[in-house]
Design a binder for this molecule. Structure first.
Ligand code: SF4
Ligand code: SF4
Length: 178
């Protein structure tokens, strides 16, 4: 189902954990990675392997959260309730769910996942348009950084990803301090 600006949608999260337990694993921008690292108080390098990994597709690295038995590595059960252990720093795609971006420049329409049982419940509310705009801005910056490093400055994909992460996490630190 697709929704557009001006339309309200009924959605209440039932905390069923389905969206964190069904794969495929969540893809991350460098900005998501830096927020998670900062929230956990570690450098982005300490997330690699244990929490995140990268695949290379047509020279471009794609970073994803690790899954264990199809469940997100950050999902834990607290008092039998599925709980995101990095909730304040959860990736933008998780923040948007059950709303799904349609295309890179599309800021007026969102797809609504048919897999979320919370859709159609609760009060009618505006979809998260400002989160969508923030996410698309971060995606654009993520690919601008990577494409520049790979295709203009001729870095290998993994080296380019490392450099992009260093730059993005440094920028976030500077922003936090200023
Ligand atoms: S699938 Fe929907 S209702 Fe269940 S936890 Fe995710 S967002 Fe909430
Ligand atoms: S990061 Fe948190 S919200 Fe996102 S899939 Fe993992 S447990 Fe769920």
């Amino acid at each position: 189902m697709i929704t557009s600006r001006g339309l309200k949608v009924r959605f209440t999260c039932l905390r069923c954990g389905r969206c964190c337990s069904s794969g495929p694993n969540v893809s991350l921008t460098v900005h998501d990675v830096c927020r998670i690292a900062s929230y956990l108080g570690v450098s982005w390098r300490e997330l690699v392997g244990k929490y995140i990994y990268a695949m290379i597709a047509d020279y471009v690295p794609v970073v994803v959260i690790r899954g264990i038995n199809s469940k997100c590595v950050f999902l834990k059960y607290v008092n039998n309730t599925p709980t995101c252990t990095i909730y304040p720093a959860r990736p933008m795609r998780c923040r948007l769910y059950p709303f799904l971006p349609i295309a890179p420049g599309e800021t007026s329409r969102l797809e609504i996942s048919s897999k979320c049982p919370g859709v159609g419940r609760g009060e009618y509310e505006d979809p998260p348009w400002s989160d969508l705009e923030a996410y698309l801005g971060e995606v654009k910056d993520h690919y601008r950084k990577l494409y520049d490093l790979i295709f203009t400055r001729n870095l290998e994909p993994v080296k380019a990803l490392e450099r992009a992460l260093d730059e993005a996490c440094f920028e976030k630190q500077v922003t936090k301090l200023s």
